[in-house]
Design a protein around this ligand. Structure first.
Ligand SMILES: NC(=O)c1ccc[n+]([C@@H]2O[C@H](COP(=O)([O-])OP(=O)(O)OC[C@H]3O[C@@H](n4cnc5c(N)ncnc54)[C@H](O)[C@@H]3O)[C@@H](O)[C@H]2O)c1
Ligand SMILES: O=C(O)[C@H](O)CO
Length: 323
């Protein structure tokens, strides 16, 4: 039997390449940075499968890939999939849930601590030689232990955050989700709350929903106004779930204490973005799942997902495209 043809548009480790080679014939992007869109379109002309990490899978790309049967993304988020278009064309779309939960949750906890204890700001303060005897209250931060955490989007990663916060830091956990999660309530003594109640009572608010038409700008002026002035806001989901103008205003006007952001409405965020000028914001370059081990695990799972789809027994198909 002829092996299916695959294009690999993202970097994967050599062990994963060896695995792919056993099952498919593949070509891959070898250049620096991301594969240019025109190159990608040319490569897709003859392939059955695509392994990607964020290319927009929409009508233009799909119309240039007449043989394409499956797209596997090396990410758990799949907001770059045009689900209607893929459904219409019968394209299988897979993602990588589960393997990155702990790594992303660790990063979220580090953002919570970095903002509340002002770690990057005080690091700069020491390195710039501004530390002098007698410095006092102006360096103080806020406690995290035994405070209240509100999680919006209590999914796989949300639960991993709840676990760390509850057992590690003795925090009370509130959550808002599309539906109640009785098991999570039991495991982490988490309490369900409507959005406004959660925002009014939480010291830390962690946003962890996917980006969907329903969650775009879920967080705007009204939501920041409802937070405590000592509240800390963390977004590691997707940038467009937050109205960045509203966030910038809330931070500038002291409506909230600070924010930790791994994601932005436009990535890479522009160097002159007003958020980057604010003392009380900690920023990261969309790095939530980026440890060497977890990226290897994601690549392997994404490759297995693609092979499974092309060989007729698809696994980890995104919910909206399941038959
Ligand atoms: N920063 C990073 O590097 C990074 C890494 C991994 C995932 N992510 C993002 O995190 C998201 C969540 O990942 P996950 O694996 O926990 O997904 P998940 O599907 O397990 O969890 C998402 C949760 O959000 C809830 N939800 C969806 N729409 C909602 C709405 N309108 N209102 C309230 N709740 C809603 C769902 O019910 C679910 O419980 C991904 O989709 C991705 O965008 C970012
Ligand atoms: O969705 C994901 O898996 C992360 O954002 C990494 O791309």
């Amino acid at each position: 039997m002829m092996k299916p043809h695959v294009y690999v548009a993202c970097r994967i480790p050599s062990e994963t390449e060896s695995y792919l080679a056993q099952h498919v014939q593949y070509r891959k992007w070898e250049g620096p940075g991301a594969v240019p869109y025109e190159v990608l379109l040319e490569e897709l002309a003859e392939v059955d499968g695509l392994l990607t990490s964020g290319n927009k899978i929409g009508p233009e790309l799909l119309s240039r890939a007449p043989k394409l049967k499956a797209v596997s993304t090396m990410s758990v988020g799949y907001n770059h999939f045009d689900l209607e278009e893929m459904k219409e064309r019968g394209i299988i779309g897979t993602h990588t849930p589960g393997v990155l939960d702990d790594t992303v949750a660790d990063l979220i906890l580090s953002l919570m601590l970095a903002v509340s204890r002002r770690v990057p700001e005080l690091d700069a303060y020491v390195k710039q030689g501004r530390w002098s005897k007698g410095d006092n209250e102006e360096l103080f931060g806020l406690d995290m232990h035994h405070k209240t955490l509100g999680i919006i989007g209590m999914g796989r990663i949300g639960e991993a955050v709840a676990q760390r916060a509850h057992f590690g830091f003795g925090m009370d956990v509130l959550y808002y989700n599309r539906h109640r999660k009785p098991e999570a309530e039991q495991k982490y003594s988490a309490k369900y709350a409507e959005m406004e109640e959660l925002l009014r009572h939480s010291d830390f608010v962690v946003l962890m929903t996917p980006l969907t038409p329903q969650t775009r700008h879920l967080f705007g002026r009204k939501e920041f106004e409802q937070m405590k002035p000592t509240g800390i806001f963390i977004n590691a989901s997707r940038g467009p779930v937050v109205d960045e103008e509203a966030l910038t205003e809330a931070l500038q006007q002291g409506e909230i204490f600070g924010a930790g952001l791994d994601v932005f409405e436009r990535e890479p965020v522009q160097a002159d973005h007003p958020l980057l000028t604010l003392r009380n914001v900690v920023t990261l370059p969309h790095i939530g799942s980026a440890t060497a081990q977890t990226r290897d695990d994601m690549a392997r799972l994404a490759a297995e997902n693609l092979v499974s789809a092309l060989l007729g027994a698809p696994q980890n198909v995104v919910p909206e495209l399941r038959k």
